[in-house]
Ligand binder design. Structure first.
Ligand code: ATP
Ligand code: MG
Length: 324
C-alpha cells in the first residue's frame, strides 16, 4: 500500500488554488439574477437556474457558468430576449445552447432552455461532492489532468466534464470498501426524478455526509482511479451506473450497442459519453489512463502527469484577465 503523502499534498494544493471562490459564485449569481429579471419582464413565469460546475461544488475559478432557463410551453431559444450580454453564439446540438459573455467581463455563460435534467443532476452531483472531503479535490485534479491531456472536450469527440465526474464517482462507489454509496438508492425522496423543479435544490440539504470505512489518502485514490480505467474496467462489456453504484452488463439496446464508452445518465438513463464515437479518440483516452497510471505509479509526483505550477498560474491568469 502506498500512502503517497507528497502526491496527496500536491492534489490539495492544486484544489486550494483552483477551486471556485465564493466571490466567483457571487458574480455568476448576480448576473443570473439580472438576466432572470430581464427575461421575466417578457415571460413572467420564467425561472433561470445556475447549473453545472458553478453550482455542484466541482467548479474552478475559471469555469464557465451553465444556465437552464425554465419556460412553460414550447419556446425556441431564438425567441428569448437577452440583454446585458454580448457575443452570443447558438450551438445547434441535441440540446441547443446559447453561448454568451457578460458585457464588460470575461464571464462566459452556456444557456439551455428547459433541459431540466441538468438541474436535477447538478444537485445530485452536489450531494456527492460534499458527501466526503476527498471528493472535490479528487474530481478537480482528474478534470485538470484530462484537460491537460486533451481528453476533456465532448465537442472534439472526447469526454465531457460531466462524463469524467460520473467516472470518478463510479470508481469511488465500486471500491472493495466504497468511499461513496448510491445516493439515489439511499435517499430516493431527495432525488425523486419527477420532483417539482423548484424543490430540487432542497434535496441535498437533507443528505448527511457519508462515513466511509475507506480512509485512503487522495494520492492512493488517484492512482487507483487511473489503474481502474487502465486495467480493470471492461469498456466493451460494462456500463457505468452511478445510480446503482455498480457496473451494469452492456445489453444490446440502441443506447449501448456499438458504443465505445457507456456511462448512464443517473436520471434519463441514456449515454452521456456518446460524443466518443471515433475509435481513434477512444484509443487515445485509454492510452492516457494507461500511460499516466504507469508514470504516476513510478514517480508518485503529480508533476509527472500534470504541471501543477503552470496549471495554477494559468488559473490565476484567466481570473486576472477578467475585468473583476
Ligand atoms: P466544467 O467545469 O468543465 O464546465 P461542468 O461540471 O460544468 O464542467 P459540463 O460537462 O460542462 O460539466 O456540463 C455542465 C452541466 O450540464 C452538467 O453538470 C450537467 O448538469 C449537464 N449535462 C452535461 N452533459 C449532460 C448530459 N449528457 N445529460 C444530462 N445533463 C448533462
Ligand atoms: Mg460548465
Amino acid at each position: 500500500m502506498c500512502l503517497c503523502p507528497q502526491l496527496s499534498d500536491q492534489m490539495v494544493e492544486l484544489f486550494d488554488a483552483c477551486q471556485q471562490k465564493t466571490s466567483d459564485l457571487e458574480r455568476k449569481e448576480a448576473c443570473r439574477a439580472r438576466l432572470q429579471k430581464d427575461i421575466q419582464s417578457i415571460y413572467a413565469v420564467a425561472r433561470l437556474y445556475l447549473t453545472g460546475s458553478s453550482m455542484n461544488g466541482l467548479g474552478c475559478r475559471s469555469s464557465d457558468a451553465d444556465l437552464c432557463l425554465v419556460l412553460k410551453g414550447n419556446v425556441s431559444i431564438s425567441d428569448s430576449v437577452l440583454l446585458y450580454v454580448e457575443m452570443t453564439q447558438l450551438i445547434r446540438a441535441k440540446v441547443p445552447i446559447l453561448k454568451f459573455k457578460e458585457k464588460d467581463s470575461d464571464l462566459e455563460f452556456d444557456l439551455n432552455i428547459n433541459n431540466t435534467v441538468g438541474i436535477r443532476n447538478t444537485f445530485l452531483l452536489r450531494s456527492y461532492a460534499y458527501a466526503d472531503l476527498r471528493i472535490r479535490p479528487m474530481i478537480l485534479v482528474v478534470k485538470k489532468w484530462a484537460r491537460h491531456h486533451q481528453i476533456n472536450d465532448a465537442s472534439k469527440g472526447t469526454l465531457s466534464s460531466y462524463t469524467l465526474v460520473l467516472m470518478v464517482l463510479h470508481y469511488l462507489q465500486t471500491l472493495k470498501e466504497p468511499v461513496l454509496p448510491s445516493l439515489q438508492r439511499d435517499y430516493p425522496d431527495c432525488f425523486y426524478p419527477f420532483m417539482d423543479i423548484d424543490m430540487v435544490p432542497e434535496g441535498p440539504k437533507r443528505v448527511p455526509p457519508y462515513i466511509s470505512r475507506n480512509q485512503s489518502p487522495l494520492g492512493e485514490l488517484l492512482l487507483g482511479f487511473l489503474k481502474y480505467y487502465a486495467t480493470d474496467f471492461r469498456w466493451d462489456k460494462q456500463v457505468i451506473s452511478v445510480r446503482e453504484a455498480k457496473a451494469l452488463p452492456k445489453d444490446n439496446s440502441v443506447t449501448w450497442r456499438n458504443k465505445y464508452i457507456s456511462v448512464e445518465e443517473p436520471f434519463e438513463r441514456n449515454n452521456v459519453a456518446r460524443a466518443v464515437h471515433e475509435k481513434i479518440k477512444f484509443d487515445a483516452i485509454k492510452a492516457e489512463f494507461a500511460q499516466s497510471w504507469r508514470i504516476l505509479q513510478d514517480k508518485k509526483d503529480l508533476n509527472s502527469i500534470l504541471p501543477v505550477g503552470a496549471i495554477i498560474n494559468k488559473e490565476v491568469y484567466l481570473i486576472r484577465g477578467s475585468s473583476y
